[in-house]
Design a protein around this ligand. Structure first.
Ligand code: ZN
Ligand code: ZN
Length: 154
């Protein structure tokens, strides 16, 4: 943990959408599910869970994509309507949101504590020693949050 880094700032590629994170994130992990691979157009997505109340952003400035997967699993993807960069995901009514961590202005210090959905990870990806590894979606995020809280990020 290093609260001197707060607030964290980030935004999309074109600069139309900007945000600030004013409270320390809950955890940081890589997701290797096929949706994150497609959405990130890369091998995995990097997700930062943050309390919703700690995110300052103009929600109306973003476009939204709703993934219908049963009411409980409805996920909203929010992205810049101009350049298309995905900024965050949330579930309606949830107290947390998931920031796409690659949109932070400074990504140099990011060091994920976990890898999830590794069943679909690309075969060349190696997980750093000490990482929590989940083949699919973790039931709860307690372990991921505890690991992140104990990490000194400099
Ligand atoms: Zn943009
Ligand atoms: Zn994913």
């Amino acid at each position: 943990m290093n609260k001197n880094r707060l607030p964290l700032s980030g935004g999309c590629q074109c600069g139309a959408v900007r945000y600030r994170i004013t409270g320390w994130p809950l955890t940081l992990y890589c997701c290797h599910c096929s949706e994150c691979q497609r959405q990130a157009s890369s091998a995995f997505g990097m997700s930062m869970r943050v309390a919703r109340q700690n995110v300052e952003i103009d929600w109306q400035a973003m476009a939204r994509r709703v993934r219908e997967a049963g009411q409980r699993n409805e996920v909203h993807g929010h992205f810049c309507p101009d350049c298309g960069v995905r900024i965050l995901h949330d579930r309606p009514g949830s107290a947390t949101v998931t920031i796409k961590a690659g949109t932070l202005d400074d990504t140099s210090w990011l060091n994920p504590v976990a890898h999830i959905w590794t069943a679909s990870a690309q075969p060349w990806v190696q997980f750093a020693g000490g990482s929590l590894v989940y083949e699919y979606q973790p039931e709860r995020f307690d372990e991921l949050e505890a690991a992140w809280a104990g990490r000194d990020v400099g």
